[in-house]
Design a binder for this molecule. Structure first.
Ligand SMILES: Cc1cc2nc3c(=O)[nH]c(=O)nc-3n(C[C@H](O)[C@H](O)[C@H](O)COP(=O)(O)OP(=O)(O)OC[C@H]3O[C@@H](n4cnc5c(N)ncnc54)[C@H](O)[C@@H]3O)c2cc1C
Length: 328
């Protein structure tokens, strides 16, 4: 049975959570469709090879390591050329990416170079023989489209957080691969990466997100949302577009159709109406809790748990209770 490729994204020499999601998904697809190896590929500056074992733990039979000093940062041309060459020469059944910021840029480049089918922002997949069948939310999540990708291999990019990384240990083999082109000759180079805060949990990596909307009334009231996220621990803070447009939060915090697509285990929506464009970015969360004073707010249609009431009373009480419980 031909193997499946999984792109294992790294940043600063470390594997990102989405890397384990892609490898886990590829392993699940291989196992569910009979057998076949999973090949994970990492691209970056020298020093990555030590991470191969982590990919083996998540189900990679072979880890391909592409290292070059010129690949410390994402290089669209080099990454795409290297992956396209590997896919072309190895005869993969499918290639799995995640629809992270990097994956959203990279996967279509690889598909275009090879002239092969691709589905993006995938929230369900199956391999039927060599054919990939993928689910993809369309029209801002109003419908779920089932796509049958013709031709093999096909590429899918998974919605971040949709797959829960699982350990399925394999004694992974490691192979080094040269970049398909010299990174110093690339026409586009990322020269700088500006990060707002290195301590802030990325929305795509967070398994819990507390998000705030216009119901908070002012930027300073976002402290309530931050305090709740802190009390829970290891939770990221998101926002609606109404909030980012008003400058209460940076645009990078926006969740929705024109913002980040997330699929955390728990999503707490505070003072958010649940406009279709917001739901498009978060409705695949595993559990949704909504706090809103309007019992008819659309957010309650997708919420698993709803609290109808004034957020200014409810959120501080919830935060206190969580703190008390955590103190034991
Ligand atoms: C092309 C396009 C793209 C868009 N993309 C996005 C996107 O990516 N993401 C996104 O979020 N939006 C997006 N929008 C905007 C979207 O349509 C909504 O306007 C926006 O999501 C509303 O944000 P909100 O829920 O914070 O505000 P509102 O809709 O104003 O809702 C505020 C809610 O707070 C509740 N509330 C008020 N006070 C309290 C209180 N004291 N206690 C409890 N509840 C309270 C209200 O009942 C209300 O339900 C887009 C729009 C367009 C046209």
């Amino acid at each position: 049975m031909p193997p499946i490729l999984a792109f294992a994204e790294t940043r600063g020499g470390e594997l990102r959570k989405v890397a384990f999601e892609a490898v886990t998904a590829a392993r699940q697809a291989a196992d569910a469709s009979g057998s076949g190896e999973v090949h994970a590929v990492m691209i970056g500056a020298p020093g990555l090879a030590g991470r191969a074992e982590d990919l083996g733990r998540h189900g990679a039979d072979l880890t391909l390591v592409v290292e070059h000093p010129g690949l410390e940062r994402y290089s669209p041309e080099v990454f795409a050329a290297t992956l396209a060459e590997r896919v072309k020469t190895t005869g993969y059944r499918a290639a799995f990416f995640t629809a992270s910021a990097q994956g959203r840029d990279l996967a279509p480049r690889v598909a275009a170079r090879l002239g092969i089918s691709m589905a993006s922002d995938v929230t369900g997949f199956e391999l039927q023989g060599d054919t990939v069948v993928a689910q993809h939310p369309a029209y801002t999540g109003k419908v779920n489209v089932t796509l049958r990708l013709t031709g093999s291999p096909a590429i899918i990019s998974l919605r971040p957080g949709f797959v829960t990384p699982a350990e399925q240990p394999r004694g992974t083999r490691v192979e080094t691969l040269a970049p398909a082109m010299d990174p110093t000759t690339a026409r586009v180079m990322v020269t700088e990466l500006s990060q707002r805060s290195t301590t802030k949990l990325d929305l795509g990596e967070a398994s819990i997100i507390v998000s705030g909307g216009r119901g908070l009334r002012a930027a300073e009231n976002f402290k309530l949302v931050e305090d709740l996220a802190d009390a829970i621990g290891n939770a990221a803070v998101g926002a609606t577009r109404a909030v980012t447009d008003d400058g209460w939060r940076p645009p990078t915090d926006q969740i929705g159709q024109t913002g980040r697509l997330v699929s955390p285990d728990l999503y707490i929506a505070v003072g958010i109406s649940g406009a279709i464009q917001h739901l498009a970015g978060m409705r695949t969360a595993k559990t949704i809790v909504a706090i809103n004073k309007d019992k008819d707010a659309p957010i309650f249609k997708v919420a698993n748990y709803g609290i109808v009431g004034d957020l200014f009373e409810i959120v501080p009480r919830l935060t206190d209770e969580i703190k008390k419980t955590r103190r034991g």
